[in-house]
Design a protein around this ligand. Structure first.
Ligand SMILES: Nc1ncnc2c1ncn2[C@@H]1O[C@H](COP(=O)(O)OP(=O)(O)OP(=O)(O)O)[C@@H](O)[C@H]1O
Ligand SMILES: [Mg+2]
Length: 382
């Protein structure tokens, strides 16, 4: 088939994010990330931690790796998801698009390329614009989960600092401690060590900081203190499969920091030359818990109408009940096993190489759209 790989590529000098005027100068983290220094550093987000404008976008290495995997079987054309994307796709008219474009502007940015493709009637991998937009807005996704009785932390949305009050939280049934996050970002953007807050004063500070950086509402979510997992799913309908579950190992974080998979944990401390031992896959959990997590993920995948693939973040509450934190229907797929990337890691644990994972996603989409006579490279075993 003629496959177009549609992507947004990370800029190398991505330092344009605005820093709040009252941001205190942080200690320099430098090359050496000792726990004591890290703890001090994490008392406030810093210009370094705010270097995140393009955090969701893919590196040249990832784009090349996806193109190479597809190129083993198909004719591949690369299309950057920029302002000319529509014209390029209309002219090129591929048989199918492999979509990894995260988009640039607005709360519906992930839906933009799929919307263009629907208009052009070009099939593509992954979820449709509605699902992508719903999942990027954490509150909308959680409203749907809650409607379907899928456990998810209680929350409220705050669009202005002046609206922060204890009674507002109480009205939403939300109790401290809480996690404060931008409403529609990913890749832990805006989620710092300081995002876990315990009182109204801290909440006000965090909300104000996020509003000034991201200029979007924040979601305030009850903190779940249990173990955390991330779950890769592949497939459609009844044959959608849960890959081996990944556990987030908070013990690998510097001493004294909060047990959350923050921006610092994801992008600053965890480097190929000094990797954190952050993932355990397959997670060492008893079968009943494994089944409970699988059930809740399948249900969330179904009610949000995910297609082909998705990564779901799950955390246990104090009673050990799995809750869905969020769904990522455009999951991160760093190719180098040394980079900690959950989806490829879970696929490898299922015996699926990076190349076969990418080829499988394409096959799943092609089959779903009635395009392929090829069987998916991955044969789901439930
Ligand atoms: N309600 C919560 N209770 C406990 N921990 C939470 C909660 N919300 C977020 N976290 C922590 O913060 C991390 C990042 O949050 P979340 O997954 O919502 O952000 P994201 O930026 O969309 O992540 P991703 O990188 O997966 O796109 C979680 O993996 C978890 O460790
Ligand atoms: Mg997440």
């Amino acid at each position: 088939m003629r496959v177009a790989l549609v992507y947004n590529q990370k800029k190398e000098d991505a330092t344009q994010q605005q820093v709040p005027e009252d941001a205190t100068e942080p200690p320099s983290l430098g090359e050496d990330c000792s726990p004591a220094l890290a703890t001090r550093f994490l008392q406030f987000p810093s210009p370094q931690t705010l270097n995140d404008l393009y955090a969701e976008w893919d590196t040249a290495e990832t784009i090349d790796a996806v193109a190479a995997a597809l190129g083993q079987i198909h004719r591949v054309n690369l299309v950057e998801a920029d302002e000319e994307a529509y014209e390029k796709l209309a002219l090129n008219r591929p048989d199918i698009v492999f979509n990894v474009a995260e988009g640039m502007h607005g709360a519906s940015r992930e839906a933009q390329i799929p919307s263009m493709l629907e208009l052009l009637q070009i099939p593509y991998t992954g979820s449709d614009p509605l699902t992508l937009a719903l999942c990027l807005d954490k509150s909308r996704a959680k409203e749907i989960l809650a409607y379907h009785h899928i456990p998810t932390p209680r929350f409220c949305v705050i669009s202005e600092k002046s609206l922060v009050s204890a009674s507002r939280l109480r009205d939403g049934g939300v109790r401290f401690p809480v996690v404060v996050k931008p409403l529609h970002e990913g890749s832990s953007k805006g989620i710092f060590n300081s995002s876990l807050v315990r009182d109204v004063a801290e909440l006000r500070r965090q909300v104000s900081m996020l509003h000034s950086i991201y200029e979007e509402p924040v979601i305030v979510e009850e903190y779940l203190c249990g173990r955390e997992f991330t779950v890769a799913m592949l497939g459609n309908g009844d044959s959608a499969t849960v890959l081996p579950i990944v556990e987030i190992n908070f013990d690998s974080l510097p001493a004294g920091v909060n047990p959350i998979y923050s921006y610092e944990a994801k992008w600053i401390w965890d480097r190929p030359d000094a990797p954190l031992d952050i993932f355990e896959c397959p997670a060492r959990i008893p079968l009943p818990l494994q089944r409970a997590i699988g059930r809740v993920c399948r249900k969330a995948y179904t009610v949000l109408r995910c297609r082909d693939w998705c990564r779901l973040d799950v955390r246990l509450d104090a009673m050990g009940v799995p809750h869905v934190l969020e769904l990522n229907p455009l999951p991160g797929i760093l190719p180098d096993p040394k980079d900690n990337s959950c989806f490829p890691k879970a696929a490898r644990a299922a015996g699926l190489s990076y190349d076969r994972l990418i080829q499988s996603v394409l096959d799943l989409a092609a089959n779903r759209c009635g395009l392929a006579d090829r069987k998916p490279a991955f044969h789901p075993a439930r």
